[in-house]
Design a protein around this ligand. Sequence first.
Ligand SMILES: [Zn+2]
Length: 258
Amino acid sequence: MKMIDSHCHVVTSEAYEADRQEVMKELELKMEAIIECASSSVDFEKIAGAVGSYGFVYGAVGVHPEEAESWNGETPALIRQYLSNSKIVAVGEIGLDYYWRDDDAALQRDIFLEQLLLAKDTEKPAIIHSRSSMDDVLEIIGKARGARGVVHCFSEGKEHAKKALDLGMYLGFGGVLTYKKPGDMMDAFMYAPLDRILLETDSPYLSPVPFRGRRNRPDYVEHTVKKMAELRGLSHEDMLRITNENAKRLFSLGDEVQ
Ligand SMILES: [Zn+2]
């Protein structure tokens, strides 16, 4: 069975500058789909190019909280324009990140809410990033009721997981699940209903064991899904089938008109 990575940065990250074409060729053989997430509008055209060139590549367009300063009056229209491409399947990645800086928290919140409302309005799911900011993220999702999406690389415990799930969100899990000390998110993973779990890498970051510390790749979801299966008492096949179905349902993968 081919695999789906619901969150990566292979098309746009410098980490693949030297061998991107080779990597893409190898991925094409193993991956049913990968969703390439933008960080800012600088990435949109590259992503549109890649979804046109590779059948298995899908994209998300949005402005990441760390790029909040790049937001301007024309950005929403630009996002809408790219969303009219049927292979640009989500608004992302968007959210809040208070870990690196929070002096611009008000701006981050404004942009996050505006993009969530845009996602709701265009009936596209949102791919949400949260670091040291989960309470505010959940509050803003609550303000955009009806918006669908995933809180990617979910890193909080069961309580926050319950709140996110109650708001209709999926939870994305990646390589951290394979670490010896995954932290609170293990409770969230065990708690989440099987039909709300997404498999992801966040490549080039957060490689699963046995590649921890090295450059990640979408096909390394293989190691994370094995761990998921073990933890939830399922076969590798079943776990992969479930996470593939979840990604297809949330992002309507395969429904696009080519
Ligand atoms: Zn990411």
